[in-house]
Design a protein around this ligand. Structure first.
Ligand code: GRF
Length: 219
């Protein structure tokens, strides 16, 4: 590993399958040898299954339980402390289910990445697969974006689109999208840490990446 190690901190709330996709890619692709390190996982819920995944991959995991704080600000102050201990180049919201204040987002501007299970700006918020089915869209998918103070509204890095078939159930559609999330998120993380993708003003600048890699059509 080089002396200029770039650290990632992942924030989770639950299952942790996107976290696992990142940790697996890091292990299988030898990110460590390229100076990229998954430094820590922080959950706002003790029962998050992702904590076990972190431990299985040998990544330090801790809990900052939001319910024990009186205000969003005091929760975020504790969260920042857990994050800043690692001086991360990137903080990945890998299924982190808390709305963050504008102050928190501003503090980590350009270093805060989220994955959302829809083709934003369609279907921000919760229950995206159910809403996509109800709306009758033919195309659905996932978006990786930098976080802004608009809920699920920040500048888009990359998207993966999947078809919606007439007989899809919510679970079937969710699984189809999730498969793409697990491919898309590690790639975006890697691009950002390599300096090939960055936030400039309100736009994402990508250098040395084929445009078709930023937009996946999966069937
Ligand atoms: C994923 O669908 C992600 O897009 C959304 O929350 C879900 C988290 O799943 N933000 P997991 O914890 O990564 O399995």
């Amino acid at each position: 590993m080089t002396s200029e190690c770039k650290s990632i901190v992942c924030l989770i709330s639950g299952r942790g399958s996107n976290l696992e996709a990142i940790l697996r890619a890091a292990r299988d692709q030898g990110w460590h040898a390229d100076g990229i390190q998954a430094a820590a996982v922080v959950s706002n819920r003790r029962e998050a299954r992702g904590l076990e995944i972190a431990r299985a991959y040998g990544v330090p995991a801790s809990v900052v339980p939001h319910a024990q704080f009186d205000t969003r600000e005091s929760f975020e102050a504790a969260l920042s402390e857990a994050i800043d201990a690692h001086q991360p180049a990137l903080i990945v919201l890998a299924g982190f289910m808390r709305v963050l204040t504008a102050g928190f987002v501003a503090r980590y501007r350009g270093r805060l990445l989220n994955i959302h299970p829809s083709l934003l700006p369609a279907f921000p918020g919760l229950d995206t697969h159910r809403r996509a089915l109800a709306a009758g869209v033919r195309l659905h998918g996932a978006t990786v974006h930098f976080v802004s103070d608009q809920l699920d509204g920040g500048p888009i890095v990359a998207q993966a689109a999947v078809p919606v078939w007439p007989d899809d159930s919510e679970d079937v559609l969710a699984a189809r999208v999730l498969e793409q999330e697990h491919l898309l998120l590690p790639r975006c993380v890697r691009w950002i840490l390599e300096g090939r993708v960055r936030l400039q003003g309100d736009r994402v600048v990508a250098e040395g990446i084929a445009p078709q890699d930023l937009l996946v059509f999966a069937r």
